[in-house]
Design a protein around this ligand. Structure first.
Ligand SMILES: [Zn+2]
Length: 273
């Protein structure tokens, strides 16, 4: 699943090519992918002024409309010449004025979707209303506030987009390993110095992910089809049985609320309650 660094990498790649383009035609090959209460034709012929990210969500701004793109598990955006064969599982194609390139959306598992809304209604979207602070800019005091009085396992909270927006399984495992915190630690048992360390580790792991242009472990690709490099430099994620890079203890994997979590049993000890 694309997380903050993967989504931000896509946004940075698309910004220079999409800004100024004028969408003139939408072809939707799977109706559940495009959700809108308004007529599709209304969205066309408004130039793209910006492309942004909120958590793992992509926002293409074509005032007075905003196109919200939820990639979810396997959504992929492609910017390709119209003569290039369509990537497998392409369900949306957006043609632009005066260019032979088009924006394509492919999604093997079809959990992702596009929502097109009038900008005046943006603040009514429940997903956006509930979204927590962006993980890339999290400060120790803000993280402390988000975790306050919660007995939930820290790993579960880090994955909760209402607590913190942008983290998924990869970078939350990395941040917990960097800060020496066991993924099952109840958040209310974390001490101030640990939260401080964790906030720094979250930013550091996301920055590493950005620098390496994301992680192409499964379906994630850049809009030109190239791969991210993070999977070659991961610290603990998906390293079950391999030696911890700090202490050589074999990395363990456990399931927490259905999501797997890799950690070092030596560097990341559960506090005694
Ligand atoms: Zn270790």
């Amino acid at each position: 699943m694309p997380e903050l660094p993967e989504v931000e990498t896509i946004v940075r790649a698309l910004r220079p090519v999409l800004c100024g383009q004028i969408p003139i035609k939408i072809t939707c090959l799977k109706s559940k992918i495009l959700r809108s209460t308004e007529a599709w034709t209304d969205f066309l012929n408004h130039p793209v002024t910006d492309i942004a990210r909120k958590g793992k969500l992509i926002l293409i701004k074509t005032p007075p409309y905003v196109w919200l793109i939820h990639l979810r598990m396997t959504g992929q955006l492609w910017w390709q010449h119209k003569n290039t064969p369509l990537p497998a599982h392409t369900y949306l194609i957006i043609n632009m004025k005066n260019t032979k390139y088009e924006l394509r959306y492919a999604d093997v598992r079809q959990f992702g979707y596009w929502q097109i809304v009038h900008e005046s209604k943006l603040s009514n979207i429940p997903f956006l209303q509930k979204l927590g602070p962006d993980a890339l800019n999290i400060t120790p005091s803000l993280l402390e506030k988000q975790l306050q009085k919660k007995r939930t396992a820290i790993k579960t909270l880090l994955l909760n987009q209402q607590c913190l927006a942008g983290l998924g399984n990869i970078y939350s495992d990395e941040a917990l390993w960097l800060s020496g915190i066991h993924p099952l630690t109840p958040a209310n048992l974390l001490r101030s110095h640990q939260i401080k360390k964790l906030a720094r580790a979250i930013c550091k792991s996301l920055q590493r992910g950005l620098l390496l242009k994301g992680s192409s472990i499964r379906d994630y690709l850049h809009p030109d089809g190239s791969k991210g490099l993070y999977q070659k430099h991961r610290l603990v994620y998906a390293r079950e049985g391999l030696a911890c890079m700090r202490c050589q203890t074999p990395i363990r994997r456990i399931k927490i609320q259905g999501r797997s979590s890799c950690f070092c049993p030596q560097c990341q000890k559960l506090p005694e309650s």
